[in-house]
Design a binder for this molecule. Structure first.
Ligand code: HSE
Length: 404
């Protein structure tokens, strides 16, 4: 019998960016983890490193074929390279911790099968909401059919930007630059501000919450990159803030909808006071109403801590059971819902693309115009490529009608 107390983990780490360095530091400070990083595989050969050179390699095989390494931790931002590394490691019989939400959202169906066939585990709580243990909670506590919706601020960078704009009157450009300097943003910040990052995280949460893996291409996501002073003034005058919100909602038992949109938040909502790089997740269920999880969603140490938690979970042989996928009748995704939105526009031609079901308010001023109206999620989805080219900004008012 192996002695659990001496069962040490020898880690092969891929990537030494913000989170990789955060993890290294966290591991130095935690005496009880009994996990050591043996080798780190990085891409940029010229980059000056803060650790001795002998710890680094540029060759993935040095880690993947090393018999001493019993855990691969993948923290790189290239989703395609991450997929190859994770897949090969699992096929090689090594368990993996990954933080790559894009890679996971695109490949979890295959990676779940590989885990099963090779008796290895892939853990990725660090991929969604940084330090908030949302995935493991969905797996373990919400493992019944009562869950109705998950709504949250899942992207720290865009929340940080919106806090600077609303609280400190910063410009969008300055706030984004600062989010990048603090290491919150992805290497391509479009991922953060246009809602891709929130959408990939939402796909992962929907899998663990409802049991269905949705193709990311099927999810409507829209971000904050076209927000203007008009929109900020409109929200402020109405006593609201704008936050980038991701939501997955069960509809009539057998269906569910998911989307990412800026939302006009009222002071009564739990996420109204979620500021800076914090994330907040509201879980709503039949009989228990609402619960709220809150914590830092980005940054070296919060995310490094989440990776450590996945590492120590591996030590105790924890693995996701995908209970909703395996033991429930997973619901089917639908876009047949109506959302009430605020649409700011300047040109009538831009407005003409939006086929509203109904309009309840119209404003036409000297500088800008807006309408408030109900629009099908399907209609927004069909416009998803065009919207990004128009001079408009869209925010959800929070009202949602179910058509199915
Ligand atoms: N860029 C991400 C964010 C990092 O801002 O939330 C954490 O996933």
């Amino acid at each position: 019998m192996t002695n659990e107390k001496n069962n040490s983990l020898v880690i092969g780490l891929f990537g030494f960016g913000v989170v990789g360095q955060g993890l290294y530091q966290v591991l130095q400070d935690v005496q009880t983890a009994n996990a050591t990083i043996k080798s780190i595989c990085v891409k940029q050969k010229e980059k000056l490193r803060s650790l001795p050179q002998h710890l680094f390699t540029f060759e993935p095989d040095d880690l993947l074929n090393d018999k001493d390494i019993n855990l691969i931790v993948e923290l790189i931002d290239d989703a395609d390279a991450a997929y190859q590394i994770v897949k090969r490691a699992l096929l090689n019989g090594k368990s993996v911790v990954s933080g790559n939400k894009k890679m996971l959202a695109h490949h979890l169906d295959e990676l779940i099968e590989i885990q099963k066939d090779n008796s290895v585990a892939l853990l990725y709580d660090a991929s969604a909401c940084g330090s908030i243990p949302v995935i493991r909670n969905l797996e373990e506590y919400y493992d019944n059919d009562l869950l109705q919706s998950i709504t949250g601020i899942l992207n720290g960078s865009s929340n940080f930007i919106l806090s600077r704009i609303f609280q400190d009157n910063w410009s969008y450009a300055d706030a984004l630059k600062h989010a990048q300097e603090l290491g919150f943003a992805e290497s391509n910040p479009t991922f953060d501000v246009d809602g891709y990052d929130s959408m990939y995280k939402l796909v992962i949460l929907a899998l663990h919450g409802f049991g269905t893996l949705v193709d990311p291409a099927d999810v409507f996501h829209y971000g904050i990159s076209t927000i203007s002073d008009h929109d900020i003034r409109y929200a402020t005058e109405k006593g609201r803030k704008i936050k980038l919100v991701a939501q997955v909602t069960k509809i009539n038992g057998r269906r569910f909808s998911l989307f990412v949109l800026p939302k006009l938040i009222t002071p009564e909502e739990y996420i109204y006071n979620v500021e800076d790089e914090y994330n907040g997740v509201i879980i709503e269920g039949q009989f228990y109403d609402k619960q709220f999880m809150f914590g830092k969603g980005a940054g070296a140490f919060p995310t490094g801590s989440a990776v450590l938690s996945d590492i120590t979970a591996q030590k105790h042989h924890y693995r996701y059971e995908y209970k909703k996928l395996n033991f429930f009748d997973p619901p089917v995704v639908t876009r047949n819902i109506n959302l009430e939105v605020y649409l700011r526009y300047h040109d009538l031609l831009d407005l003409s693309h939006f086929d509203f079901e109904s309009i309840s308010e119209k404003y036409a001023g000297p500088d800008y115009h807006y309408v408030i109206g109900k629009i099908k999620l399907e209609t927004l989805y069909n416009l998803k490529n065009l919207i990004r080219k128009l001079n408009v900004f869209i925010a959800w008012t929070g009202k949602l009608d179910i058509n199915d």
